[in-house]
Design a binder for this molecule. Structure first.
Ligand SMILES: *Cc1c(COP(=O)(O)O)cnc(C)c1O
Length: 462
């Protein structure tokens, strides 16, 4: 019997012949079938054999308004027939101009300049280089270091990996990397007995202050993932940390880099997570970082694109006669790609035309209600949620919060159970999480949670 050339099995076999996948030990695919997807539709992915999978993780946190969203697809097609790409030095185009105008309009006040790049890690490289170069242009070449949080993830190119603290990605390459100063994460999961998330944040700000007292003179910036450290295990913290961080950065003259690559565009309940920084009495809510890095949801999950927003103050430090040699040099062949900019504009137009954040609040409340019973589960140490991100921490011993040995790969069992039952769940180690596209329905959330609970039941036993 011969298989059709486009069946799951046939495509998987061809894939394994020449491709090399990210975040993967390819040997695993001797026993775990690769899943060839041929079509997407709303929150669903459809494989070559016609099986359907509910995309519980928005295809690595990128998709907002559904796969093959017809409105975004039409905008992309129209742009492709008009202008697909043009060099972005000396030349410009309306999609990039409009995108910059719109990003400045919707982002925290004070961010006025938009520098484009083409993926999340590249945006982090830009922010790190720009911060260092700003201080250099001001005559402070002694500032060469960065402060990052424990458990942080900012991407996997060498600069971005340097300020990341997830051992799985960092350890091997450590000899090649810059050495950041690590500040303890305000992660609420690490609260002392009886300590509130807000008190954890306050305690961690105290520790950050101590680091700044010793290192501010050599430090360019503090870089954080606002509210949720995603790749580090969906660890969440109290928004008061962001307000305190802004104040400390001002006091010690270091930049605040907000990496909202994963949490931006409505994920945490507000358009940007920085908006939730707790207001001091008499002040508006929210903080403005010196650099805001955006990517992932920026194009609704259609195309790679990233943006770094910054202030007039930063821009002005580079603005001089050519001969002064102060220009910011960081270029990619595809910087400002018109297709990606047009798709981003259409994504942002959906936020204007539809009550996205209101709808998300209802969906998030539904998800929270469905997950609540898991708190009683003997192998669940924590159920946490921030808007449209929810996570379940699986452990061997609940009282001691002792994790399962990593070699047991319990989370992988949940992943495999999900695939067998029509759901794409891709735990981070033993943290099972939900980060669905915003077009998911309450019924689809029920389905995801049911599959996850059955998968957890299977994974924690035996
Ligand atoms: C995904 C991610 C990045 C890196 O983005 P890529 O496009 O994958 O390079 C950086 N920071 C955070 C917080 C992310 O989640």
């Amino acid at each position: 019997m011969t298989l059709p050339a486009s069946s799951n099995v046939a495509l998987a076999a061809r894939d394994l012949k020449h491709l090399w996948h990210p975040c993967t030990q390819m040997h695993d695919h001797e026993r775990i079938p690769m899943v060839p997807i041929v079509r997407g539709e709303g929150a669903w992915l459809i494989d070559a054999d016609g099986r359907r999978y509910l995309d519980g993780i928005s295809s690595w946190w990128t998709n907002l308004f559904g796969h093959a969203n017809p409105r975004i697809a039409a905008a992309l097609a129209a742009q492709a027939h008009t202008l697909e790409h043009v060099i972005f030095a000396g030349f410009t185009h309306e999609p990039a101009i409009e995108l910059a105008e719109e990003l400045v309009r919707i982002s925290p006040p004070g961010l006025e300049r938009v520098f484009l790049a083409d993926n999340g890690s590249a945006a982090i490289e830009v922010a790190l280089k720009m911060s260092f170069h700003y201080w250099l242009n001001l005559g402070h070449g002694e500032k060469t270091r960065f402060i990052a949080l424990s458990g942080s993830y900012h991407g996997e190119t060498l600069g971005a990996l340097s300020v990341s603290d997830v051992a799985l990605y960092r350890k091997t390459y450590a000899p090649l990397l810059l050495t950041p100063i690590l500040a303890p994460s305000p992660d609420s999961y690490e609260a002392e007995p009886g300590e509130s998330p807000e008190n954890v944040a306050t305690r961690r700000l105290g520790e950050l202050r101590a680091l700044l007292e010793r290192h501010a003179h050599e430090t360019c910036a503090v870089i954080v993932e606002p509210l949720v450290q995603c790749a580090g295990g969906m660890r969440m913290y109290h928004p008061s940390y962001l307000a305190g961080l802004r104040a400390l950065c001002d006091e010690f003259a270091v930049h605040f880099i907000a990496d909202e690559i994963a949490v931006g565009f409505g994920r945490t309940g507000t358009l940007f997570a920085c908006e939730q920084a707790c207001p001091e009495p008499g002040r508006r809510a929210g903080v403005t970082p010196d650099f805001l890095c955006l990517s992932k949801g920026l194009t609704g999950g259609f195309l790679p694109l990233s943006a770094v927003l910054t202030t007039h103050d930063v821009y002005a430090a580079f603005y001089a006669e050519y001969s002064a040699g102060k220009a910011f040099l960081h270029s990619h062949s595809y910087t400002g790609n018109p297709l990606a900019c047009r798709v981003a504009l259409e994504t942002l137009a959906i936020f204007r035309d539809e009550p996205v954040l209101e709808r998300n609040r209802l969906l998030a409340a539904h998800l929270a209600a469905r997950l609540a019973p898991l708190r009683e589960h003997p192998h669940v140490a924590d159920v946490r949620q921030c808007g449209m991100i929810a996570a379940i921490e699986l452990v061997a011993d609940k009282a001691a919060r002792r994790p399962f040995p990593t070699a047991e790969r319990r989370g992988l069992r949940v992943y495999l159970h999900g695939l067998q039952h029509g759901a794409l769940l891709r735990p981070l180690g033993d943290v099972v999480y939900f980060m669905p596209p915003y077009v998911v329905t309450a019924q689809e959330i029920d389905q995801l949670v049911d599959v996850a609970i059955a998968g957890i039941e299977r994974a924690v036993h035996g």
